[in-house]
Design a protein around this ligand. Structure first.
Ligand SMILES: C[S@@+](CC[C@H](N)C(=O)[O-])C[C@H]1O[C@@H](n2cnc3c(N)ncnc32)[C@H](O)[C@@H]1O
Length: 243
């Protein structure tokens, strides 16, 4: 298999996501058989159970959904009553998010802004929770981004990161890799106008630190109580921590 370009220069990454924005949701549903929506729901439930919120005051509970893409997680959080800001570096992905918000009748919540996790345009301590679903793997300067996220989180604020992984079980990993490394790029090529983006996807998952290794990275950025929950036999992982 041809090695995808795994460099994460922000302009390159945003250009890649601009190129696949119109096919992104469709391909997510096809490639994950719809399970990606369950993983995001799991994250929303987890945030609801951990966030320090007074009953009836969710609208005052601010969540920053970083690398929000086409907005599915932001919508899920807003539906549960949180006040959500979605941030992303791809204007193309944000355009889709905004048009979905309009079509679904969301007024100003969630709001969407063009911004990078490297430099978030918010004062210190301004959010009760920060979420990232399937985005951090693409970040350039990951450690600096985690520190920047910590800066905008209020003390006691929670971090929830959903990311792909490779299952630990040998047999399940073999099945998963067979699908993810061989079939995903082919379907991606057929459906998406960007022929290389879906080769980048499995290769970037392989290159990303997983489980304890990534939890330790979160702790090194200054978060407390870092842990993780393995989902669907370890295909996805929900990393959690507290400022
Ligand atoms: C695979 S998509 C995930 C989108 C969405 N969160 C979801 O669950 O479907 C990854 C997103 O990360 C964004 N991204 C990459 N680097 C970023 C950065 N430094 N800051 C903010 N967003 C970034 C990309 O533009 C892209 O929209």
């Amino acid at each position: 298999m041809k090695q995808a370009d795994l460099s994460k220069n922000s302009e390159k990454i945003s250009a890649m996501f601009n190129g696949i924005a119109s096919d992104y949701d469709k391909l997510n549903r096809i490639l994950s058989f719809g399970i990606d929506t369950l993983w995001r729901k799991k994250l929303v439930k987890d945030i609801e159970s951990r966030i320090p919120v007074k009953e009836g005051k969710k609208q005052e509970t601010k969540v920053l959904d970083i690398a929000c893409g086409t907005g599915d997680l932001s919508f899920g959080l807003a539906r549960r009553g949180f006040l959500v800001t979605g941030a992303d570096i791809s204007s193309g992905m944000l355009e889709i998010a905004k048009s979905k918000a309009k079509n679904a009748g969301f007024a100003s919540n969630p709001g969407f802004i063009l911004a990078s996790a490297e430099s978030l345009p918010f004062p210190d301590n301004s959010f009760d929770a920060a979420t990232i679903s399937f985005g951090i793997r693409n970040f350039d300067k990951r450690e600096a981004c985690l520190k920047e996220i910590k800066r905008v989180l209020a003390p006691g604020g929670v971090l929830s990161i959903l990311e792909f992984a490779e299952p630990r079980n040998r047999i399940w990993r073999a099945v998963f890799n067979c699908y993810f490394l061989n079939i995903t790029p082919v379907i991606g090529k057929m459906v998406s106008s960007d022929k290389s983006a879906y080769s980048y996807l499995p290769q970037s998952v392989r290159a990303f630190p997983k489980y304890e290794e990534f939890s330790e990275e979160i702790s090194r950025a200054g978060f407390r109580n870092a842990d993780y929950i393995s989902l669907s036999g370890g295909i996805a992982v929900l990393y959690r921590a507290v400022k």
